[in-house]
Design a protein around this ligand. Sequence first.
Ligand SMILES: Cc1cc2nc3c(=O)[nH]c(=O)nc-3n(C[C@H](O)[C@H](O)[C@H](O)COP(=O)(O)OP(=O)(O)OC[C@H]3O[C@@H](n4cnc5c(N)ncnc54)[C@H](O)[C@@H]3O)c2cc1C
Length: 488
Amino acid sequence: MTMDRRTFSLGGIGLAALAASQPAFAARKAKKAAPAIAPRKPGQSDVIVLGAGVSGLQAAWMLEQEGKTVTVIEARERVGGRIWTLLDQPGYPEMGFNSMAEGYGRGLDAANRAGVEMVEVGARFRYGAPPLLWMNGKPMTRAEWAAFPGNPLPDKLKMLLPGEVVGKLVSDNNRLADWSSWHDPANAALDISLYAFLKGQGLSDAAIHLCWDLSPYYGTNAWDVSTLMMEYNDGFVKGQMAAGTKSLSVKGGNIHLATGMARLLKGDVLLGREVVAITQDGGTATVHTADGATFSAPHVICSLPFSALRNVKVLPALEGPQAQAVGQLGYQPISMVFATATAPFWDEDKLAPGMWTDGPLGTVMPQRYGATPEEITGFIVQARGNLALYWDRMGAEAAKAMVVRQIETLRPAAKGKVAAHSYFSWAGERFNGGDVSFFGPGQVQWLDEMIKPAGRVHFCGEHTAQGARGLEGALESAERVALEVLTA
Ligand SMILES: Cc1cc2nc3c(=O)[nH]c(=O)nc-3n(C[C@H](O)[C@H](O)[C@H](O)COP(=O)(O)OP(=O)(O)OC[C@H]3O[C@@H](n4cnc5c(N)ncnc54)[C@H](O)[C@@H]3O)c2cc1C
């Protein structure tokens, strides 16, 4: 299986993924303001939806199609949640959701309804020289890495770059005959740590550290992550690959998908209203917002990531595995700097623009979203896991300066040519507390319990998906929750 941005986005881990985590295809155009949704006046509703990410918006739309009145309450001053495009930067870099595969039936349907144009972006991130591996400050090609005395991989894997190893091992050795059975209690004994799985595949501690912990797709190290969840992810990605090889993003920025979905709603989408408590009394659920307002309805749908629900008082309190999951489900630390270059220093030093480093720079991913793919519109420099948390502690300005300094140190030809414009930390976002959710070893058993309604409060969101991942999983969860409310 070749690794491309899609597999990266969905949990494949590849150096080819350096080209990943990319923005939507967009020609460089005049600056545009973020599309605004005007707050509407609250009214009495059949259902209150908490959170205006894609899962909340989709659930609200589905219920409206069935004649329900719905109010959506969102803490941020914008819709979209983990869809977030920097519309004021060249190429419209994506800080969140990147692309969907051809098999994203729900995603493509939502895009169609929202009236946005999807464009193929896969060729753009595969364009140009493959990114180089930078170990101890020195660049290496794949062949040089394979022959490098410090390569800790078993002989048969030495040709793989560190970021490709785990995805390949999980893919080749997936223990699930049917990946959709990943949360079946019959498979609970398989819910071991990724570390244990990788040891079983013959990797040394040094190899696991290099291939996962330095830039983990999930968690901060291989002990944090459930192998079952990785196998589920792998099965989903294989299914998507079978459906087609295109990677699709929204022309002009993925954020337009969310604003388009919000515009389809008849009911209120209230922005800037942080939910601080959810209470239930008899036949009514009441939502309390930070400004002192309350909203009551027979049903509440909560799409908040559990990392955000953690800050909300829920009465009566949640219990059992559901309470455990709200308290402990992992969310991926990931931080990004968007930078541009005033001159093509990569032509000068004749080295690939993309970099996967074992140092504090993390990964450097060229963005090719100009009129032609030759044009590099900027770089997303990305840190994951502990490195992301380190950057966050440094603070935005220091991290931006560090990134520029590191690039200039590793590549003298870049001196004076790189400028860092923005810093974005998903762990630092109050209303997300991390990128995507992940299950730790032994935690997959929470899934079936944690998605059950608690009285009149129903749950959806990416973290509650059972048969799809990423944005498609968020939309899948919206279908389940809408049906749940309709049949309650
Ligand atoms: C960096 C990154 C890259 C990604 N790339 C891909 C990709 O390429 N392909 C893919 O399929 N998926 C990708 N994803 C995942 C995808 O973006 C998510 O699965 C999806 O957007 C999640 O939608 P959601 O509705 O479940 O959650 P969210 O979008 O997080 O929505 C939850 C909403 O709740 C709101 N909220 C939180 N707390 C409160 C509160 N107290 N009161 C009121 N509102 C609150 C939030 O502001 C937010 O709007 C990526 C995600 C990230 C972060």
